[in-house]
Every structure is written in structure tokens, then in C-alpha cells.
Design a protein around this ligand. Structure first.
Ligand SMILES: Cc1cc2nc3c(=O)[nH]c(=O)nc-3n(C[C@H](O)[C@H](O)[C@H](O)COP(=O)(O)O)c2cc1C
Ligand code: SF4
Length: 420
């Protein structure tokens, strides 16, 4: 099921200057915005619903549904925020769009601005992406000069949209949408307690849309080709193409655009994509969607389609699009211990179950790692994971259990072998 033509990355590598409005237009840029401003706002929302574009930041929430929620909010002003924090380990796909096709993200945000009558948008770019921030600044000033940002965009009275670039605070948790908004406001980047939903009480306590970079870049694609055609690129559980990041023990590491529904075997083993392991050894497991995603054993992933629905039925998730491949030389206990080190480091400390629980989990896992596990430790691990999941305030604490539980489900014998 090889991709005939890239849809999202169609301009990447073709434009000599990705910040140039002229080049962007030459390769089809701003056609969707031109079309959108002639459409009824309800029809734009209808196309996005039909497209079943799931948010590409990790949670896979349908973008159309999120936009409708904000559309229904009567409070003003409404803010548009792009999440370009990209802190999830193994994920590096937003970086490509930010650097090589920044105007496509701006176009997606402009369409949102038009739909919601918003005058201000913010893009929160990962602090470590210094060079990319400079590229993005250039793209914004070029768009301003060409009349695609600022006041009276494309000569349309009342279509004013100002885009503000904010540099990320350098913490993984700042990618969580409410922590991100706090950070944009100049506060410590810690998650807020929800509800209220950000579409009701978001940035500066006003209705706010937060979407991922790739999600915004997909919006012009949907408007150009129509929701039905976009849906057809994927499956009934999620339309379109997806950027995936292959890393770890895989021969052809990198970013690929694939159609949702592509067989996972093809993604991992065909020369067009992963090309098999870099070591020549068999794949032992893959870690999907970043540290907060599940691990899939080689048996579990065999015959699986890279698709939201097929993944859910295999107890996997697409998440951000990261696929970290590990060969059979890797101890799953070692791997999971390093994942837990990450969570201990990144827990913001606001809730006790997450702050202390991750540290206790790491201690237990280190015991396993050093073959000093005690009878009952696996059950203790499971109980603590349950508590952390249900007692944590944000997605970080709530998803700590996902990778560990999936590792236990697939490789319980390896944990048992570490009990003395
Ligand atoms: C700890 C944590 C970190 C996150 N990091 C990111 C991130 O770096 N980029 C991102 O787009 N979403 C991230 N998310 C998800 C966002 O909270 C949010 O769901 C997303 O930006 C919504 O956009 P989407 O609907 O277009 O996916 C993170 C969530 C959590 C809990
Ligand atoms: S769950 Fe963890 S990261 Fe999230 S708010 Fe609580 S302490 Fe912070």
C-alpha cells in the first residue's frame, strides 16, 4: 500500500525557500484559505467532521468535534494556539513541517482564525528548536508583508489575525495543553485542573483552541480535497495520512508520510520505509506514540494495520506517530526502567501520586533490573500504577501505567525472572 503522492509533505524539499510566500503559492499554498473564505463557516466544520481528522498530537481526538465545541462558545475573544512543543521522546515530525513548510501551519491557523473570528493566534515552539524558531519568524514576517497575516487579510474587512511566537519552557509537561497555556501566559508551565474545558476557559480564561502542528497542517489539505476524499485516504476510524517517526534499531530511521491503514509489517520491513532492523536481529518489540504509549510485542504487531481502530483492537495506540523499534538484544526490564527515569524527571510535582509514585515505581523497577525483585513486587507495581493513573491530575501521570502495563502483559516472565 505504497503512497502514490505525498499529501501533507507535497511541498517539502521542492521549495528552495520554505518561508517564501511566492514559492508556497506556486506549490498550491493559500488555495485552501482562498476557498475557505468563500465558504459558510458551518460548511468548513462539516468538511472537517466528514474528514474524521484525528488530532495528531497524541490523544487522537477528532478535530472537527473540538472545533465545534469552540464554535459553540459564546464568550469572546477566542484564541487559536498551535502546540509545537514536540517533547515526546521518539517524536520529531512537527519539526519537519515547522522548518520545511511553515506556511502550511500558518494557513491552517488562519482558517481556524477565520472560522472563529479570532484575531490572535499563538504558536508555542519547543525551546530547543532555536534554528527552527528563526525559520518560523521569517515565515511570519513574509506572510505579514504579503498580507496573509495582520489586518484586513486578503483585503477582507474584519479578517484580522496576528500570530505570536512563543519559545517553549523546556519541560515535557509544557506540551500538555493547559500547562502550555499557563506557560504562554508567563506562568509556571504546570497543568490546570480540568474541567473547565479549554474551549470554554483557556488562554487568559477565554475560549481557546489548541491543536498540534500536524493537525493544523492537515486543515488546508482537507479544505482543498474535501472531507470525503481525505477520509478515503485513511480508514473509517481516521482519515488522511499520518507522519510517523521511525527510530531505534531500524535501518531507515526517519520521518515518513503513510496512509492510515498501511500494514505495520510494510512500515517496519519494506525498503520504502523502515527496511527491517539495523542490526539484522529480529524485532522484539515496538514502542508506539512516545513514552506514554504502549509497547507492542512482535507477535502482537504481526498483521496489524497502522490505523487508529486496528491499533485500539490490538491494545496499541498511534499517539504522536513515534515508533521506537527494539531488537531481541534488549531487555524489556531495562527499557521500561529508562522510561520511568524519564517520567520521574518530567513529573511537574503538582500531584503527590505522580511526584512520589513515579519515584517509588523507579525504585521497584531498579530492583528488578538488578535481579533483586521480591515476591509480590509485580503485584505492588500493578497496584501503584493503578493508583497513579486514577489519582493524577494530568495526562502525564495518567499515562505512566500504559508502557509498564503493556510490558508486563507481553513480557511478565522477564519480570518474574528478576525476582530472587
Ligand atoms: C505530558 C504531555 C505532553 C504532551 N506533549 C505534546 C506535544 O509536545 N505536542 C502536542 O501536540 N501535544 C502534546 N500533548 C497533547 C496535548 O495536551 C493536546 O492533546 C494536543 O496538543 C491537542 O492537539 P491535537 O488535538 O491536534 O492533537 C501532550 C500531552 C501530555 C499529557
Ligand atoms: S500528573 Fe504529574 S505532571 Fe501532571 S500535574 Fe500531576 S504531578 Fe504534574
Amino acid at each position: 500500500m505504497a503512497m502514490k503522492e505525498p499529501v501533507l509533505l507535497k511541498r517539502v524539499g521542492k521549495m528552495t525557500d520554505p518561508t517564501s510566500v511566492e514559492e508556497y503559492i506556486k506549490y498550491g499554498g493559500f488555495a485552501a484559505l482562498q476557498k475557505a473564505v468563500t465558504m459558510d463557516r458551518e460548511d468548513i466544520l462539516g468538511e472537517l467532521d466528514t474528514a474524521l481528522l484525528r488530532g495528531r498530537g497524541g490523544a487522537a481526538y477528532p478535530l472537527g468535534r473540538k472545533w465545534r465545541h469552540l464554535y459553540g462558545s459564546t464568550d469572546t475573544p477566542k484564541y487559536i494556539v498551535c502546540n509545537a512543543d514536540e517533547g515526546e521522546p521518539g517524536t520529531f515530525k512537527d519539526k519537519l513541517l515547522l522548518e520545511k513548510d511553515p506556511l502550511s501551519i500558518i494557513e491552517g491557523m488562519l482558517i481556524a482564525g477565520y472560522v472563529f473570528g479570532s484575531n490572535d493566534g499563538y504558536i508555542y515552539i519547543r525551546g530547543e528548536y532555536r534554528h527552527i524558531q528563526a525559520v518560523f519568524h521569517q515565515a511570519v514576517s513574509n506572510a505579514l508583508a504579503a498580507g496573509y497575516l495582520g489586518d484586513t487579510i486578503m483585503g477582507i474587512d474584519g479578517f484580522d489575525f496576528h500570530l505570536h511566537i512563543v519559545s517553549g519552557g523546556g519541560a515535557y509537561v509544557c506540551g500538555e495543553n493547559s500547562a502550555l497555556l499557563n506557560s504562554v501566559e508567563g506562568k509556571t508551565g504546570r497543568p490546570r485542573v480540568k474541567p473547565p474545558h479549554l474551549a470554554d476557559v483557556g488562554l487568559y480564561r477565554k475560549p481557546t483552541l489548541v491543536n498540534n502542528v500536524e493537525s493544523f497542517a492537515c486543515v488546508p489539505v482537507v479544505i482543498n480535497m474535501g472531507g470525503e476524499a481525505f477520509l478515503q485516504l485513511g480508514t473509517k476510524d481516521g482519515g488522511g495520512t499520518k507522519l510517523i517517526c521511525l527510530s531505534g534499531h531500524i535501518k531507515n530511521r526517519g520521518i515518513y508520510e503513510i496512509q492510515l491503514g498501511t500494514p505495520l509489517d510494510e512500515i517496519l520491513c519494506s525498503e520504502e520505509y523502515g527496511g527491517g532492523t539495523s542490526t539484522g536481529r529480529p524485532i522484539k518489540f515496538c514502542h508506539f506514540g512516545g513514552q506514554s504509549g504502549p509497547i507492542g510485542t512482535s507477535g502482537q504487531i504481526r498483521g496489524c494495520l497502522y490505523d487508529y481502530g486496528d491499533f485500539w483492537s490490538h491494545k496499541l495506540s498511534v499517539g504522536s506517530g513515534a515508533i521506537v523499534v527494539m531488537d531481541d538484544s534488549v531487555s524489556v526490564v531495562d527499557y521500561i526502567t529508562s522510561v520511568m527515569e524519564f517520567f520521574v524527571h518530567e513529573s511537574c510535582g503538582k500531584c503527590t501520586p505522580c511526584r512520589l509514585g513515579t519515584t517509588r515505581l523507579l525504585e521497584l523497577l531498579r530492583n528488578f533490573q538488578h535481579h533483586k525483585g521480591r515476591p509480590g513486587d509485580i503485584e505492588r507495581l500493578e497496584k501503584m500504577l493503578e493508583h497513579i493513573t486514577y489519582l493524577s491530575a494530568c495526562g502525564l501521570g495518567q499515562s505512566v501505567s500504559v508502557s509498564v502495563n503493556s510490558a508486563l502483559a507481553g513480557y511478565r516472565d522477564e519480570f518474574e525472572a528478576c525476582i530472587s
